[in-house]
Design a protein around this ligand. Structure first.
Ligand SMILES: Nc1ncnc2c1ncn2[C@@H]1O[C@H](COP(=O)(O)OP(=O)(O)OP(=O)(O)O)[C@@H](O)[C@H]1O
Length: 981
């Protein structure tokens, strides 16, 4: 057939072709070496002639491209067989393009090559799919719109097109056929990176890029699925006829050019959640990647989705993907930080690390004659805990860093010799050494590398974006805590001793991640309001409306910027627990120690998925290491995804006839090293004492729902009455006494709750001061019921007994709580064995409070004393607390008291909002309580109160005559008191 071209045109075409070939040859010469090195599989394509000569049968096709399956090594087999054949492959001569002129051009050349549906369209179905089954296209399929199955063919097809384009150049230009030239021009455009829609590379523009080896690859980007070629070069296209290469001698060049293009294309994929403990990698095929997947111990292949999934434990090892230049993986949302190790990225990628991890992959105890284990004993050394074997000693002696401890009779070595030693031990038939656990290897990875710098100081965090109030208030050790948290990407267990200011640190850490809020604080019910107050205090730039304390399970979990919820409410908010949280603080995280509890089951999945998790506990494990597991799993789910592995290593887990016993402990030194290096920071009071004030006061806002409705109504009525005014001072005082008594009734429930909370939090010895008998009684009864040792000193305790009770509390571990009357035990006694004083009730005379505080804060006290004031909103505390503050301030200014009393306590403004009615009541309090500061008046007032208390529930009228039904003696005192005013 005549080409219809003039001689001149033909000459030009040929000239251009030659130039193009020469340019390519030059480019190739420069890059071929590098490519060949990077792409070992390239060789296989050079030798695929035999395999490509016959059209592939359906089974072959499957076998050839279906190597995603772990058991299916066909892809490798194909590659191997191709290599062995040793012949040269030329690009396919022709393949049907699926649209437009290319298709026409290629039609008839080789119908079997890739059966591309002529009517193929870009179907929306593509967008939902990330994997593609292996199938050859039947003729029926050919007429179907492009679907998952035929995408493969689109893709393989694309890969062929580049080769074809190369061939076309030569063949068409040689033939001079104008149609063919048109086709060629189209191809040229496409290869220049500007394809017209509908050309083969147009498919690349639409999101499809060749993946020569497999049907498995995809990438969703916006609404378009994108396919990216891998560096794995050309697919051996079905029916290719290499022997027909039209450009003699150019095969290699053409091939390399195609390959070169592919090197620059990237196979993108992403990690997605598969189950609670596993993640899946959605990505196309890449031989190297599959190789890497196979090396991960937790690998599983899902034949349905044709995707690989892994335990979160292996997540960090995917870092090795970075070594494959043509692959990018987007991280697993939320879990990226959760699975982060403290390894430098250079270590993560190190092949040495992979070998190290292989030592623990799939290890199982065997019946070897001599059994032992490796245990980490310091940041740089491990020991081998094993019985005697002469052969083993021989091996130990080959290791330079060996050290024999005469006392423990154990050998220890530097971690950098670990791999070497394990290899040597492997060669001993009768010896079995349990390797170090994977989290240890990951966490101390740098120590295993000889060339790595061994110390990594925690860098100073940039807190310039955080509210200056909180930053400026941090004590030096607290600042270190914040730095640690940020170096751990906001996932940590802050386990400072009680009273060291975990709250301020947590607020500062959370504020650092402010952009990721809403923030959720999970706390024991009794301290929810204290948290709200702490935020107001430390982050004054926040609008007070941005803080919500969740009151019922029907409330929205994340209604505001900062949300505080109790453990128990959280577990009732089932439906809302599916929300993915970004930043979460858990106060008293040891409340999660039992995985079977509703609170733990509600919180744990949330925490694992959250981006930042700040756990706070002064006592993360109170009795056994098993209690640490859930907290560790919350912060680093990838460390020990299964409890059993953790328990076998650290809980001395033993199988008993009735089941497993996890109550023991083992390898605790190693556990401590692991925790401290990876997620936990813990300072004891004794370590930072020099930075602490002698006394640390805290106001604990008591939950209002602890107050029953009747008491609430009575309190409201009493307050109302006070705003109306009274005829005389006597009436005023009666009303105040009544209000104070009602307050006591209202607070009982919350006081008990708080004391139990303190005990549950590990407070071992503390003083509780209260004034009302009914409160002292309620506390005593509750502690007795719970079999918690306590002593009690009140007005009825004979003086002779007071000192001996005090001594018993001081020196015996049997007593955890001293229940003390504010007025009867506020002086003359020493309780320096306690470093916490709780004021269950307030008292109008701050002198009494300070004297009471000093029962613990006195000579003999070696610690900073924590002082907690329990204050209930909507009660007399609303007026007592600010009144106490003001009195102290005045005394402080006069040098008669600590001026910083109120500075060290939160919530001075919270409980008292100055509206006119409240001001009236405050004035009343001040008139009554401030004018009479001498102890005689106090005594009389106290007695009046006791008398009113003895009389039981009082009528709201508050009349003195009805109030006091006490002994004649008491009656006399009371009337003295009132009459004296
Ligand atoms: N840097 C600081 N500046 C001022 N006050 C501080 C600072 N750090 C802590 N405090 C105060 O010390 C008291 C104890 O702090 P906090 O309640 O945070 O301790 P904790 O470690 O949470 O104790 P626990 O474990 O008993 O709950 C609080 O009143 C707090 O306001």
């Amino acid at each position: 057939m005549s080409s219809g071209l003039t001689e001149e045109q033909k000459r030009k075409i040929e000239e251009n072709r030659q130039k193009a070939l020469a340019r390519r040859a030059e480019r190739l010469a420069a890059q071929q070496d590098g490519i060949a090195k990077k792409l070992p599989a390239l060789n296989s394509f050079k030798s695929c002639q035999g395999s490509l000569q016959q059209p592939l049968k359906k089974e072959n096709h499957h076998a050839r491209f279906g190597s995603h399956h772990p058991q299916d090594s066909s892809n490798h087999d194909v590659q191997k067989s191709l290599q062995m054949e040793g012949s040269h492959w030329s690009p396919p001569q022709a393949a049907p393009l699926y649209r437009g002129q290319q298709k026409n051009y290629l039609e008839g050349s080789n119908q079997d090559l890739v059966r591309q549906p002529s009517s193929a369209k870009w179907s929306p179905m593509m967008q939902d799919s990330l994997s593609y089954p292996h199938s050859d296209l039947s003729s029926q399929e050919q007429s179907q719109p492009l679907s998952h199955s035929n995408l493969l063919h689109q893709t393989t097809y694309c890969s062929a097109v580049q080769c074809l384009a190369e061939q076309c150049h030569s063949r068409v230009s040689a033939s001079g056929d104008p149609d063919s030239i048109k086709d060629l021009q189209t191809l040229d455009t496409s290869s220049s990176g500007h394809p017209p829609v509908g050309t083969t590379d147009g498919c690349e523009k639409l999101g499809m890029v060749r993946n020569p080896d497999s049907e498995h690859f995809a990438k969703k980007e916006g609404s378009i699925l994108q396919f990216y070629g891998t560096k794995n070069p050309l697919v051996p296209v079905k029916g290719a006829r290499p022997e027909n290469s039209a450009v003699a001698g150019s095969t290699g060049n053409l091939l390399a050019t195609s390959v070169q293009r592919k090197v620059h294309s990237i196979l993108k994929g992403k990690c997605v959640k598969h189950s609670e403990d596993r993640f899946q990698v959605n990505i196309g095929y890449n031989a190297e990647l599959i190789e890497m997947f196979r090396s991960l111990p937790s690998k599983k292949y899902d034949p349905t989705t044709k995707m690989w999934n892994f335990s979160l434990e292996d997540y960090s090892h995917l870092k090795a993907v970075e070594q494959i230049p043509s692959i990018t993986l987007s991280p697993l949302e939320g879990v990226e930080a959760a699975t982060k190790t403290s390894m430098p990225s250079s270590v993560c990628k190190s092949p040495h690390l992979i070998s190290l991890l292989k030592t623990c992959a799939g290890w199982k105890k065997s019946s070897a004659a001599v059994n032992g284990k490796c245990v980490l004993i310091s940041h740089s050394r491990f020991e081998v805990d094993i019985g005697y074997a002469a052969s083993l000693i021989g091996v130990f002696k080959q290791v330079n860093s060996r050290n024999y401890d005469m006392k423990t009779r154990k050998w220890s070595f530097l971690l950098e010799d670990y791999l070497n030693l394990m290899e040597l031990v492997k060669s001993l038939p009768d010896v079995e050494v349990e390797p170090l656990p994977k989290p240890i290897i990951q966490t101390f990875a740098a120590q295993f590398e000889k060339s790595m710098p061994k110390t990594s100081d925690i860098p100073e965090a940039d807190l310039s974006g955080v509210d200056p109030k909180v930053v400026a208030s941090l004590m030096p050790f607290q600042r270190e805590g914040v730095n640690f948290a940020i170096s751990r990407e906001g996932r940590l267990l802050l386990a400072d001793d009680m009273g060291l200011g975990k709250t301020i640190q947590a607020i500062c850490i959370a504020a650092y991640y402010r952009k990721e809020w809403p923030l959720l604080v999970i706390a024991p019910s009794s301290v929810r309001f204290t948290w709200a107050e702490a935020f107001r205090r430390w982050l004054p730039s926040l609008s007070p409306d941005s803080i919500s304390v969740i009151a019922t399970s029907k409330d929205c979990l994340l209604a505001r910027l900062i949300n505080v919820v109790s453990f128990d409410l959280l577990s009732k908010m089932e439906k809302q627990l599916r929300t993915t949280l970004q930043v979460v603080i858990v106060d008293e995280s040891h409340f999660l120690k039992n995985v079977k509890t509703a609170r733990c089951q509600a919180a744990l999945p949330l925490l694992k998925a959250a981006k930042r998790v700040i756990l706070l506990s002064g006592t993360p494990a109170m009795s056994r290491p098993a209690e640490l597991y859930t907290q560790m799993a919350a912060v680093r789910p990838s460390f020990f995804p299964q409890f059993q592995a953790f328990a076998l290593r650290y809980c001395d887990a033993k199988k008993k006839p009735w089941g497993w016993d996890y109550s023991g402990s083992s390898n605790l030194g190693e556990l401590k090293l692991l925790l401290e290096e990876s997620i936990m920071i813990r300072r004891l009071k004794s370590e930072v004492l020099s930075q602490l004030p002698a006394k640390q006061r805290k106001v604990v806002g008591v939950a209002p729902e602890g107050i029953n409705a009747r008491t609430k109504a009575e309190l409201a009525e009493a307050a109302k009455q006070m705003t109306r005014g009274y005829k005389n001072k006597q009436e005023e005082k009666e009303a105040l006494i009544l209000f104070y008594n009602r307050t006591a009734e209202a607070k009982i429930h919350s006081i008990i709750e708080y004391i139990l909370y303190l005990l549950e939090s590990g407070r071992e010895k503390f003083l509780v001061f209260a004034h009302h008998k009914l409160i002292l009684d309620a506390i005593s009864e509750e502690l007795q019921k719970k079999h918690i040792g306590s002593i009690r000193i009140d007005g009825s305790t004979p003086s002779a007994d007071r000192q001996s009770l005090c001594q018993e509390f001081q020196f015996s571990e049997k007593y955890a709580v001293a229940i003390l009357s504010l007025t009867a035990a506020n002086m003359g006694l020493t309780f320096s064995s306690a470093d916490l004083v709780v004021f269950a009730e307030l008292f109008w005379n701050p002198g009494v409070l300070m004297q009471a505080e000093d029962r613990a804060h006195r000579i003999g006290q070696t610690s900073s004393v924590d002082i907690h004031y329990l204050v209930a909103k909507g009660t007399a505390d609303d007026y007592l607390w600010p009144m106490i503050q003001e009195k102290i301030k005045v005394l402080g200014e006069a040098g008669l008291s600590e001026a910083n009393f109120s500075e060290t306590a939160e919530a001075t403004e919270y409980f008292y909002k100055r509206n006119p009615k409240q001001q009236t009541i405050l004035n009343l309090f001040q008139r009554t309580f401030s004018e009479n500061t001498d102890s005689i008046d106090d005594d009389l007032l106290v007695e009046a109160m006791e008398a009113s208390e003895d009389s039981g529930p009082q009528p709201s009228s508050g009349k003195t005559g009805e109030l006091f039904t006490t002994s004649p003696c008491k009656q006399r005192h009371i009337s003295d008191y009132f009459c004296s005013q």
